[in-house]
Design a protein around this ligand. Structure first.
Ligand SMILES: [Zn+2]
Length: 292
């Protein structure tokens, strides 16, 4: 028997220790204050702790402000197509350019290094589309790719994309993107072409198109681009012979972003950072125009 008692004594001590430990962590269990089981658990200090106040409900998150161009539609028209030169009969066929006939399209120019205008306009348009989408706009391009295996579309089709009653969404603005190819050594800088008056064709969009042209000119100047030294006035030209402008029933301009035959302009166009500068300026112009 003595051996059993001897075994029990250390067991009781262990139990007391266990109870004590439990008392520290939570409500004392039965036997916590059993006489002879060690010091009483600190019941009183636990009992007097004030109940935790309920957490206040989280305030609902404020709704995100709408994006500045949410609900707006912008048509971007990257000039030409890389394959136009391979399809002469297709691009030379005559189409209606606004009451007169003109070639469906042209090959576009290139820099002296061989960087094609079609590729430049495509790359600026894609960069610009990214920025406009970020602002919430829906962007429609007049061509789906930049490939040597394709040509067009023709200027009349480019000019109608985004018109009310067309197959796609009606545009709030259309910007045609080009670059010039002037061989004069002093010719450099951008110019923005707005439609001139052609009754029955452009009279409905003259005023907002002029505002769009001014917005583009101002943004390009602010971004550090120099207005043309050889065309237009203060970076803006007016033309009545361009099918892309004449067919439009929404505010429209054509941006000739520089002269690809000028080494200074071409150096900017050939760099991704330069094209991003153009796209940033154009996005800010379109945003300013649509906010007005
Ligand atoms: Zn062009």
């Amino acid at each position: 028997m003595t051996s059993v008692a001897a075994r029990r004594a250390p067991l009781a001590g262990l139990l007391a220790g266990a109870v004590l430990a439990a008392g520290c962590a939570g409500p004392a269990g039965p036997g916590a204050s059993t006489p002879g089981a060690g010091s009483p658990a600190p019941e009183s200090s636990v009992a007097t702790l004030p109940p935790k106040p309920p957490k206040p409900p989280k305030p609902p998150k404020p709704p995100k402000p709408p994006k500045p161009l949410a609900g707006r539609v912008v048509v971007l028209d990257p000039g030409h197509q890389l394959g136009n030169a391979r399809f002469p009969s297709e691009i030379n066929r005559r189409v209606d350019a606004g009451g007169f006939a003109k070639a469906c399209n042209t090959t576009g120019t290139a820099s002296d290094d061989g960087y094609p205008e079609a590729t430049f306009t495509w790359e600026v348009a894609v960069e610009l589309r990214k920025r406009l989408r970020r602002l919430g706009a829906r962007v429609v391009l007049t061509r789906d790719d930049n490939t040597a295996d394709a040509w067009g579309p023709c200027i009349d089709e480019r000019g109608r994309i985004g018109n009310p009653g067309g197959p796609g969404p009606t545009a709030d603005a259309r910007v045609s993107i080009h670059a010039d190819g002037n061989r004069s050594s002093s010719a450099h800088g951008f110019h923005v072409i707005r439609p001139g008056r052609r009754d029955g064709w452009t009279d409905d969009v003259l005023v907002p198109s002029e505002r769009l042209a001014v917005a583009l000119r101002d943004a390009l100047v602010e971004a550090g681009f120099a207005p043309s030294t050889y065309l237009g006035e203060d970076g803006i030209d007016v033309r009545t012979d361009l099918g892309t402008l004449n067919h439009s029933d929404v505010p429209v301009v054509m941006a000739e972003l520089g002269n690809m035959r000028d080494p200074g302009d071409a150096a900017v166009m050939e760099r991704a950072s330069g094209r991003q500068r153009y796209a940033r300026a154009l996005a800010s112009a379109i945003r300013a125009f649509l906010a007005g």
